[in-house]
Design a protein around this ligand. Structure first.
Ligand SMILES: [Zn+2]
Length: 283
């Protein structure tokens, strides 16, 4: 591929999804939120999660998994942002995540590396960097431990009919879903090829298999359009994310997200940024 474009001065508002901003506003209006944030800091979850990651994953650098590290460095240059730490962990379930409120890091699982080729990794790394650049990490990290945090506050989530608590959980889920859309856009800004981004989402969804050569982006896009045309399905999708919250929630609903990414790609905003419009005022 030709040298990828850089976007000096890129602001996250140039690419962030409006629904991400709206969902964050709604979340911030929930009166219980400040207590949860306070508890998150009090318990020291950020430090715990950082230490756990550091203890269980290999840190990448110029002398360690240098190809992956070079991809991260280039993606940081493209998005014009500071370099977070990068780790690789042994886990066959393909995924990656961004963490660390104080010291941001990206961890890519071995299953994810096996799943994608080097070009597709630009989308994946760009997606994770998008979470960091978009200021998602505090709520992203809280979302990962929301249920234990609520337990620690004595607010059991299911079975006691605490409307405020359930409202908070739902607001977190909705924001998490919307935040993924902004992160996917950052992924596309790094991949700089929509088909490549869609293929990365397809492979994340289907997983690594000996038949991966048969993966077809066009058919996947048809599926994502059909999914979205069934409006009610998305409501069911929201509920599914609720029930599977936790293990599966770091990259929920790849089919839905791919359709949303295609919409943004076709809206003209992507082309405007590629042409050099890097601030929100240009949207
Ligand atoms: Zn994500």
């Amino acid at each position: 591929m030709a040298k990828r474009k850089r976007f000096p001065g890129l602001t996250y508002t140039a690419y962030a999804a409006d629904t991400d901003k709206k969902a964050m506003d709604a979340l911030q209006k929930i009166p219980l939120l400040p207590k949860v944030v306070q508890k998150f800091h009090e318990v020291g979850y950020d430090r715990w999660m950082y230490a756990y990651n550091m203890a269980t994953a290999v840190r990448c650098g110029p002398q360690q998994y240098h190809k992956l590290y070079d991809t991260l460095r280039e993606c940081c240059e493209i998005l014009d942002m500071p370099e977070p730490e990068l780790y690789v962990s042994s886990n066959p379930f393909p995924n990656a995540f961004a963490g660390g409120v104080e010291r941001p890091y990206v961890t890519v699982r071995s299953g994810m590396i096996d799943c994608l080729n080097d070009e597709q990794l630009y989308h994946l790394i760009g997606h994770e960097l998008g979470h960091i650049k978009s200021g998602h990490l505090l709520y992203h990290s809280i979302a990962a431990v929301l249920i234990p945090l609520l337990d620690a506050l004595g607010r059991r989530t299911l079975g006691v009919g605490d409307a405020l608590t359930i409202g908070l959980v739902l607001a977190f889920l909705e924001w998490s879903r919307q935040a993924e859309l902004s992160a996917d856009r950052a992924g596309l800004l790094c991949a700089q090829d929509f088909e490549l981004s869609a293929k990365a989402n397809l492979l994340l969804c289907a997983g690594p298999s000996r038949m991966r050569e048969d993966a077809n982006v066009d058919a996947f896009l048809d599926q994502s359009r059909a999914y979205q045309e069934m409006g009610a399905m998305d409501s069911i999708g929201k509920l599914l994310v609720f029930f599977f919250y936790g293990a599966q929630s770091t990259h929920p609903m790849p089919v839905h997200r791919t359709k949303e990414l295609e919409k943004w790609y076709l809206s003209g905003d992507y082309e405007r940024i590629m042409a050099g419009a890097t601030a929100a005022s240009t949207r």
